[in-house]
Design a protein. Structure first.
Length: 231
C-alpha cells in the first residue's frame, strides 16, 4: 500500500517524506511503532487531537528537529488554526492559552530540556491547575514519543521539505491518521478514505508487486542512506 501512496505523491508533485523510508526499512519493528503512534495521537484522551499535535510540534521545536516540528505544526494548524499554533511555538506564555494549558507547557519545557529536573512538585502544580492523572500521563507520553522521533529523524539525516509538502502532509495525517500497517482492516480504511484517489490500476499494480516480491534480507546501511534511499 505504501508503494501506491508513493506513486500518488509523485504524480501530484509532492515530496515523499523521508521518514517513510525509516518505517519501511525494518517493518517488523516499525509496525508496532505506527500502531503505538496512532493510539497515542488519535486514541481516546482528555487532550484533544489538536493539543496532542501541538505538544508534538512544541517538543520537536525545542529539540531542534525541523522535520518533525514543521510536519506537526501543519497538522496542529488543521485542528487549532494558524494563529494559536504559531503563538504557542513562538512563546506560549504570551499566547492565548488559558492558565491550565500554560502550566502544562511549563511542564513540557522541563521534559524537553532536562527531564531529570522534573519533580513531584511539578506534577502537583499540574493537578492544582485541574489536570487529571490521565491527561498528565498522555501529555508525558506524547512528549516522550516525539523525543524519540526527533532523535530518529535527526540521527538519520531526514531532510526538510517545502512548505506546500508539509501542508499536504498535515491534511493527510488529519484525514487518515498514522496507522500504516498492512492488515485487512487498515488497508480497507485507507481504500475507503482515499477512494477518490486510488484507482483499479493502482490496486492491480499493488497486488502484482506483492505477488512477485521475494523475501528480503537485512543489510546494514548508513543512517543517511536509510532515510534518502529510493526517494
Amino acid at each position: 500500500m505504501m508503494r501506491v501512496a508513493f506513486k500518488k505523491l509523485r504524480e501530484a508533485g509532492h515530496a515523499i517524506p523521508e521518514i517513510m523510508h525509516l518505517f519501511r526499512f525494518k517493518r517488523r519493528n516499525t509496525s508496532h511503532l505506527v500502531k503505538f503512534t496512532e493510539e497515542v495521537l488519535r486514541g481516546p484522551s482528555p487532550l484533544s487531537r489538536g493539543m496532542r499535535e501541538l505538544i508534538g510540534a512544541f517538543i520537536s521545536s525545542r529539540n531542534q528537529c525541523s522535520f518533525c516540528s514543521c510536519a506537526h505544526v501543519a497538522v496542529a494548524v488543521e485542528y487549532l488554526g494558524q494563529d494559536l499554533v504559531d503563538a504557542v511555538i513562538d512563546n506560549f506564555e504570551t499566547s492565548r492559552l488559558d492558565a491550565a494549558h500554560k502550566a502544562l507547557f511549563r511542564y513540557l519545557v522541563k521534559l524537553a530540556e532536562n527531564p531529570a529536573q522534573v519533580s513531584a512538585g511539578d506534577i502537583d502544580k499540574l493537578r492544582e491547575a485541574g489536570w487529571s492523572e490521565e491527561a498528565i500521563y498522555d501529555a508525558l507520553t506524547v512528549a516522550s514519543l516525539f523525543k524519540f522521533y526527533n532523535t530518529w529523524n535527526n540521527g538519520a539525516g531526514v531532510r526538510t521539505m517545502r512548505i506546500s509538502d508539509y501542508v499536504h502532509t498535515g491534511q493527510r495525517l488529519t484525514t487518515m491518521g498514522y496507522c500504516m500497517d498492512f492488515g485487512l482492516k487498515a488497508i480497507a480504511k485507507v481504500m475507503w478514505i482515499g477512494r477518490k484517489e486510488i484507482t483499479l490500476s493502482d490496486l492491480q499494480g499493488l497486488f502484482t508487486s506483492r505477488a512477485g516480491r521475494k523475501p528480503s534480507k537485512y543489510t546494514p546501511a548508513t543512517a543517511q542512506k536509510i532515510a534518502t534511499d529510493r526517494v
